[in-house]
Structure formats: structure tokens, C-alpha cells
Design a protein around this ligand. Structure first.
Ligand code: PEP
Length: 260
């Protein structure tokens, strides 16, 4: 199959710098005991204020990559309070989360803004991790597939096939985020396959089969093996369980056990 799994930790608005450094030291020490051929790609996404300190302790190019939870799509200028991709790259950030449901809901991040951010990330050679997912209400109304199809198409609008190839998606049903309720693995796989077919429609099937699509929503060490045993789930975007080194490493190692 050839799609290398990715396990990304989204720490949201948590951890002071010292705490962030301590947890990364712990994750790093645990992963250093494992042959890197047996590891997925691992990304940690701390708050902005911890990025520099966490960056200082990562051996870039080795087991753990540094991600950011947000950025502004312009490189510089009169945009008070914002942080740009060149600034993040200056700290060795390689990945950025875009369109997380919390940003869409609390900070009005629109599909158009998601698209601008995806284009900016690609132009800066940073990997966009694009989040899509339905609310409980949308699921109950039976419009999950239509809603996600629209989010995926709008996120990829105007991208060349070569650019589509470089994006990562995370399917995150909103009702599963931070609730302890995971989406049934077979259903998550069905939605992820559907996302892959939308990607094929806007590019081609070869590219669609190479794009990594993660699942996110209350992933734990006890759920990851079943999730990774599915044909199209290529890893996880992890919130709560990424805040503790032991559970995050449990997810990282578990992700490689059942990979099909
Ligand atoms: C997330 O923040 O993207 C997430 C999936 O959170 P949790 O794992 O806590 O549900």
C-alpha cells in the first residue's frame, strides 16, 4: 500500500513551556528505544509559546516532527496578533493543522480561509493537515457525506494534482472530539474511503491512493489497533491522549501493530 502512517498530537490550549518540554523529552526517550523503521511519522503540535523550546530539544529529521495548530496565510504585514508560515519555519515547524472544528466553530474559520491556508502551506513547503468532519446534527440528518465532500472540494479548490499529493486529511467527526466516544472503525473507514474518492475526482485515482487520511476523535491506545486495521485509515490526529507521554506513545506503537 505504501502510505506511511502519521500520528499527530494536537495539544490545543494546554501546557506551559516547561510542561511541553518535559512531555516531549519523555516521548523522545521512549521512541529512541524503538527502531525507527517500526515507527510511524510522529508530529507534536504545542501552543505557539512552547514551539521554540520544544524545537530546541527535537533532533529535526529524526523521530518527531514539530507542528503548529494555526497560522495566518500571509507571510508578513499589518496583521496584528498573527503568526506566519516563514516565522513557524524559522522554528523548524514542518506541519500545520488547518480547519480544525474548534477553529471553524469558535474562530469562524471558513472553507475559503481553509483553502487560502492550504495554498499558503504548500507554497511554503509545509505539510497541511486539513481537518474535516460532521456535527452530530449533520450525521442525524443524513448529510455527513455531502458536508464532507463539500469541505474536501473547497479545501482543495485551485490546487494542481502535484499539490494535492502533498496534503494530509484528518477525518474528525465533531461529536467524537473530546467526548470519549470514538466513531466505529468501519464507519470511519467508509467516510475516509469516500474522502479518497472525492480526492480522486478533483485529481486522479493514483494521487488519491497516495494521500494520507487520518482519523481523529477520542483515539486512545485501546482503539488504535482496530482503527489501523482498516484499509484506508492512515493514522490519527490525537487530542487528549497526546497530552500524556505514555498514552501518546501507546498510540504510536499500537498504530504499527495492525497496519494492513
Ligand atoms: C482533536 O483535537 O483533533 C481530537 C481528536 O481530540 P480528542 O482526541 O481529544 O478527541
Amino acid at each position: 500500500m505504501g502510505r506511511k502512517p502519521i500520528i499527530a498530537g494536537n495539544w490545543k490550549l494546554n501546557k506551559l513551556t516547561g510542561e511541553a518540554v518535559a512531555i516531549v523529552e519523555d516521548i523522545k526517550a521512549k521512541l529512541d528505544t524503538i527502531d525507527s523503521a517500526n515507527l510511524p511519522e510522529v508530529v507534536v503540535c504545542p501552543v505557539f509559546t512552547a514551539l521554540q523550546s520544544v524545537s530546541n530539544i527535537l533532533e529535526h529529521g529524526k523521530n518527531i516532527r514539530l507542528g503548529a495548530q494555526n497560522f495566518y496565510y500571509k507571510d508578513s504585514g499589518a496583521f496584528t496578533g498573527e503568526v506566519s508560515l516563514p516565522m513557524l519555519k524559522d522554528l523548524c515547524v514542518t506541519d500545520v493543522i488547518i480547519g480544525h472544528s474548534e477553529r471553524r466553530e469558535y474562530f469562524s474559520e471558513s472553507d475559503e480561509m481553509v483553502n487560502l491556508k492550504v495554498k499558503a502551506a504548500l507554497a511554503n513547503d509545509v505539510t497541511p493537515i486539513i481537518c474535516v468532519g460532521e456535527s452530530l446534527e449533520q450525521r442525524e440528518q443524513g448529510i455527513t457525506d455531502n458536508h464532507i465532500t463539500s469541505q474536501v472540494k473547497k479545501a482543495l479548490d485551485g490546487l494542481s494534482a502535484a499539490e494535492v499529493c502533498k496534503v494530509v486529511f484528518a477525518y474528525e467527526p465533531i461529536w467524537a472530539i473530546g467526548t470519549g466516544k470514538t466513531c466505529d472503525a468501519v464507519e470511519a473507514n467508509r467516510v475516509i474511503k469516500m474522502i479518497r474518492s472525492v480526492i480522486a475526482d478533483v485529481s486522479n485515482s493514483g494521487i488519491a491512493s497516495s494521500v494520507r487520511i487520518l482519523y481523529g476523535g477520542s483515539v486512545k491506545p485501546s482503539t488504535i489497533e482496530e482503527q489501523m486495521a482498516q484499509s484506508d485509515i492512515d493514522g490519527a490526529l490525537v487530542g487528549g491522549a497526546s497530552l500524556v507521554a505514555e498514552s501518546f506513545v501507546g498510540i504510536i506503537t499500537g498504530s504499527m501493530k495492525s497496519r494492513v
